[in-house]
Design a protein around this ligand. Structure first.
Ligand SMILES: Nc1nc2c(c(=O)[nH]1)N[C@H]1C(S)=C(S)[C@@H](COP(=O)(O)OP(=O)(O)OC[C@H]3O[C@@H](n4cnc5c(=O)[nH]c(N)nc54)[C@H](O)[C@@H]3O)O[C@H]1N2
Ligand SMILES: Nc1nc2c(c(=O)[nH]1)N[C@H]1C(S)=C(S)[C@@H](COP(=O)(O)OP(=O)(O)OC[C@H]3O[C@@H](n4cnc5c(=O)[nH]c(N)nc54)[C@H](O)[C@@H]3O)O[C@H]1N2
Ligand code: SF4
Ligand SMILES: [Mo]
Length: 733
């Protein structure tokens, strides 16, 4: 006999008829959750579940991971290579040989006619590390263009640049286990509950046990800010001023860790001189945080036994992105909070394998954090691949954000995009369209054929996705975790690894270099190249990685040989004194003068335009836009607006408006919410022909990352019926 709710509304969980569970790692964000994919008797993926024994997620998944098995058969998968000789014509289906022969011929034609660097390559943070390494080998060792970069310039470039400036190398020093030890957590421009839900859960669980204070710096009242002890609604783009003012208070009140500074850093005097200019009274006027709160937060951070900072795009995507990262590092260095359990400066990464591309893709240098600028690094890799070191350029070429202007200027004539969709994700869409139109040859290599950038492509290569292939990702805390193959590539698509290998064979130098076909063999090359380096993975292999549910680097061959089992959590960098990557082992304290160079609101464009993400969607929605249980939460482009600002303009909830910037306009539905202040609107960037029609994207001078978070707009009324029709057309793209 059933009673109450049970009787009225029994919950029935559909039996998905799973006959096998295969271990894998989530393909969306950089949290790096271990996930099992359930396949039915026909081998079709029908379910996902979190892996209980995995330290990262301990059985949990977020709303994207739970429905991820639907990506394989989602609408719009690429099935066959497509070729056309001019844009705005129809495509012909071709076989792989014809597609790759044509591609190799076009690359050779363009390079012969206009020079080696006139063909550019832009990849992603979403391939497997073995694929990144192979693409790097193909680009640096065979095709030989120096104009090679990834979408990570839109994402992690400022973190990379800041880590290199402060510590001498990229590589986040902390890990998730730090939440269990910290006495004070500061989150800068990071909306953890929506963008890294499982890291948030780890943080929240640790906080509930030990009650450390959480300070959130974000101009918007995000879900994380709502959970904060102190929320600092900062004036956009001024985090460096707050950091300098906090250091001013710390030094003025003698709260710094002198012993740590002396034993581990250089540059203290210059830093001290600069921060003297940022007394809280002056700083408050620029960054919008009142002076008492600045003092309070500075004291809390410095007096905590162990204090840590995390940050994401609110810092990186600014004209002061790299400086903001250095500022966080400065704060942590002067308070002795690096390499300590609970005392760290931890960049929360973006894409599932943004770390893998930083480590192994050779985008900004050579594999294994090696630099093109160093003779011994060039020689080592040239010897390993069996080529002449003179083939390598002696310094890094253009970043993605400089490659596009070089196309505009006619210096670059051909472009190969691998797993990135700049038509939707780059700032100033109108300019991107004009730029892409100028290319003599554009290749789009993507898992989905409806990716918007295909509009300007000459060749489309259909790629296998996620667990249609095998290999590793590195997550935010340097954990290398494995994706196992559950099914063959969809239709006639190929894994990116196979595409790179097949293309290499079509070049003379590519036939001379060994390109292993199996992911485990590629991994063995990476292991060999990692020996003795900061990112040493020489003790790992694919099977051990699965057995341990991911292993944090470094884990060395010597450790494995000595029978030292890999730690499954809590591995940190720079734990020894003076162990930083500069020659003298010291970290650098760097003064950060603040120059206000953003586009700021004025009479004509009175609102700050902020942009970012939603929990249910991933980036340009090639995946989550087609998964019903994700898309249903926000199928329509919308804009958060403060009710008081809306009332002044006579704008009502859920009406359509036109947002206008100096670049263009976008039609969005208004969501009235106190999440944004009166002088700001927020538009998620997931929708095509939407917020990036408006953004300016000024570049950070060090990292060349665009300031996606700071532009100025005005809001206009429009005809509601016309807008609804336009919106329907857009949604049906
Ligand atoms: N659901 C979901 N998760 C994702 C992704 C996704 O698309 N969807 N993408 C992944 C990727 S690649 C990335 S890079 C991460 C991004 O993760 P986050 O950076 O956490 O996400 P965003 O929404 O881009 O931006 C975070 C916050 O920065 C704030 N901000 C804006 N301007 C400023 C400022 O001047 N100062 C400060 N302090 N804050 C500011 C914004 O108000 C916003 O709340 O998420 C990853 N996880
Ligand atoms: N206004 C604004 N713009 C932004 C941001 C913002 O906060 N605001 N954030 C920026 C950031 S941080 C990022 S990371 C970028 C992201 O920008 P993009 O890289 O353009 O975004 P994605 O939609 O992730 O594009 C990845 C593409 O790879 C495809 N793909 C997935 N898996 C595979 C595979 O295994 N092989 C191949 N070949 N293709 C595959 C997907 O279908 C998709 O088309 O956007 C940036 N743009
Ligand atoms: S938190 Fe990130 S890695 Fe984990 S399930 Fe969600 S999207 Fe995947
Ligand atoms: Mo990102």
């Amino acid at each position: 006999m059933l009673f109450g709710r049970n009787q009225k509304n029994p919950i029935v969980i559909a039996d998905k008829q799973v006959v096998k569970w295969t271990y894998s790692t989530c393909n969306y964000c950089s949290t790096g959750c271990s996930i099992e994919i359930g396949t039915d008797k026909d081998g079709q993926p029908v379910a996902n579940r979190g892996v209980g024994g995995a330290d990262v997620n301990r059985g949990k998944l977020c709303v994207k991971g739970i429905f991820e098995h639907e990506v394989f058969e989602a609408a719009g998968r690429g099935e066959k290579p497509l070729l056309r000789h001019a844009i705005h014509q129809g495509y012909d289906m071709v076989n792989w040989d014809a597609a790759l022969d044509h591609m190799a011929a076009q690359i050779r034609r363009i390079q012969t006619r206009y020079g080696r660097d006139s063909f550019a390559i832009v990849s992603t943070g979403q391939l497997l590390t073995e694929e990144f390494y192979t693409l790097g080998k193909l680009t640096r060792g065979v095709i030989g263009t120096n104009n090679y970069d990834g979408n990570t310039t839109l994402c992690m470039a400022s973190a990379v640049s800041g880590y290199k400036r402060s510590f001498g190398s990229d590589g986040p020093p902390g890990c998730y286990e730090d939440f269990e030890h910290t006495d004070c957590l500061m989150a800068w421009g990071s909306n953890l509950p929506e963008q890294h839900p499982i890291i948030y859960w780890r943080m929240k669980e640790a906080q509930e046990k030990r009650g450390f204070p959480l300070i959130v710096v974000d101009p918007r009242v995000t879900m994380l800010a709502q959970n904060a002890d102190i929320h600092l609604a900062i004036t956009p783009g001024t985090d460096v001023v707050l950091q300098n003012a906090m250091m001013h208070v710390i030094l003025a009140e003698g709260l710094e860790d002198r012993a740590y500074i002396e034993a581990n850093t250089t540059g203290f005097e210059q830093l001290e001189k600069e921060v003297q200019k940022y007394d809280p009274t002056t700083a408050a006027k620029i960054c919008g945080i009142d002076e008492d709160t600045i003092r309070l937060v500075a004291r809390m951070y410095a007096k905590a036994d162990k204090a840590m900072s995390i940050w994401t795009m609110g810092i990186n995507q600014s004209t002061h992105g790299s400086d903001g990262v250095v500022g966080i590092n400065n704060l942590n260095l002067i308070t002795g909070n690096i390499g300590k359990a609970g005392g760290t400066s931890l960049s929360i990464t973006g894409q599932c394998n943004a770390m893998g591309t930083r480590e192994w893709s050779s985008c900004s240098g050579l594999p294994g954090y090696r630099a093109l600028e160093k003779t011994e690094d060039r020689q080592e890799i040239a010897d390993f691949w069996g080529i002449d070191a003179e083939f390598f350029p002696k310094k890094r070429g253009l970043t993605e954000t400089d490659i596009f202007p070089a196309i505009e200027a006619g210096e670059i004539k051909g472009l190969w995009l691998v797993a990135t969709n700049p038509m939707t994700s780059m700032p100033n869409t109108a300019r991107i369209r004009k730029t892409l139109e100028k290319l003599e040859f554009l290749v789009v290599q993507d898992a989905y054929v409806d990716v918007e950038t295909i509009e300007y492509a000459h060749l489309f290569l259909p790629a296998a996705i996620w667990a249609e292939k095998e290999g590793v990702y590195t997550n935010t805390e340097r954990r290398v975790n494995i994706v196992r193959q559950v099914k063959p590539p969809h239709a006639d698509s190929k894994s990116d690894l196979d595409i790179f290998n097949e293309l290499a064979k079509r070049f003379e130098q590519g036939r001379k270099i060994h390109f292993p076909e199996k992911p485990a063999e590629v991994f063995a090359e990476m292991k060999a190249l990692s020996k003795g380096r900061l990112l040493d993975i020489s003790g790992m292999d694919h099977d051990l990685i699965e057995e341990k549910r991911g292993i944090q680097w470094p884990y060395t061959e010597a450790q494995a040989r000595n029978g030292e089992a890999p730690q499954t959590a809590g591995v940190r960098l720079y734990t020894e004194p003076a162990s930083f990557s500069f020659a003298d082992g010291m970290a650098k304290l760097i003064p950060l003068p603040f120059i206000d160079n953003n586009e700021v609101p004025d009479d004509e464009f009175p609102f700050w335009l902020n942009s970012g993400r939603l929990v249910e969607h991933f980036h340009t929605r090639t995946r989550t836009g087609k998964i019903g249980n994700n898309n249903k939460f926000s199928p329509t482009p919308f804009m958060e607006m403060n009710p008081d600002a809306a009332a002044e303009l006579g704008i009502t909830h859920q009406s359509y408006v036109r947002a206008v910037s100096r670049r263009g306009d976008a039609v969005v539905m208004v969501m009235l919410t106190q999440r944004v202040p009166k002088n700001m609107v927020f538009i998620p960037f997931h929708f095509f022909d939407c917020v990036n029609r408006l953004t300016l994207g000024l570049l950070d001078p060090h990292s060349r990352q665009p300031a996606f978070k700071q532009s100025a707009v005005r809001i206009e009324h429009i005809d509601q019926l016309q807008a609804a029709r336009l919106n329907k057309e857009l949604r049906a793209y």
